[in-house]
Ligand binder design. Sequence first.
Ligand code: ADP
Length: 270
Amino acid sequence: MELETKNIVKPGEHVSLDDYVPGYTGSYTKKGQTKRRLKKLHKQLLKLQELLYAENQRALLIILQGMDTCGKDGTIRKVMAGINVQGCDVVSFKVPSVDELSRDFLWRAHRAAPPKGKIGIFNRSHYEDVLVVRVHDLVPAPVWGQRYQQINDFEKMLVENGTVVLKFFLHISKEEQKARLESRISDPTKHWKITEADIRERAYWDDYMQAYETVLQECSTDWAPWHIVPADKKWYRNLVITECIVDTLRKLGMRYPEPTADVAKFTIDD
Ligand code: ADP
């Protein structure tokens, strides 16, 4: 079975999130149908990651954004299951510290960007500076308004310097968020996952959707396009993202580097 999601936003395309169905699962109807494919993809991902590391010419930056409970943590756990943790760094973007606030908003993102040979995952990212910041008026509109272009320029610079940038918006429905929040309330083992902020932010759902639509419209570029991932079904979300990462790495046409010595002449003592 094939994935049928047309989830890449074309540069300049008008985006209305109502046009994207969060519960979409293509021709799949249940998790069991995706298991074999996911297992195969994980094996390929492991090999490709090794190649990325061995080649040491490029980096892969994966950016995960979405509403609370959209599954950023689960994606990191499941999609990256089986890869070599030594070659991967996960960075979570929280409320900026005093030190971070005293710099330009891209400073912490640039610092956290992966070095050549590695995969970096941003759990939230510099996009918070045009999302939560816009929704809550944390800086004046002219300040956040110029950030879309600044983000595009920043990402272009990363790409031109050998980093592949993959951006995923994990699209869940408001109903699915309600169910996930309720399960965090009813299950004592999930209480640690819920905060008052989660409840508070839900009230701003429509504002966030608008802010996300602007991000998807303004910052989906040829060099770093946005992918809208149907995320109500976790198993489909994992499949879409893993497939996209594997495809992207495969298309790089990476090669193992030439040996630095005449390996054929090496002998190993008993
Ligand atoms: P998460 O929800 O990602 O699991 P937290 O519950 O710690 O992690 O939430 C992190 C919070 O930090 C989010 O509410 C997010 O909006 C906020 N945040 C991240 N970046 C910024 C920023 N640049 N300015 C203000 N708040 C931010």
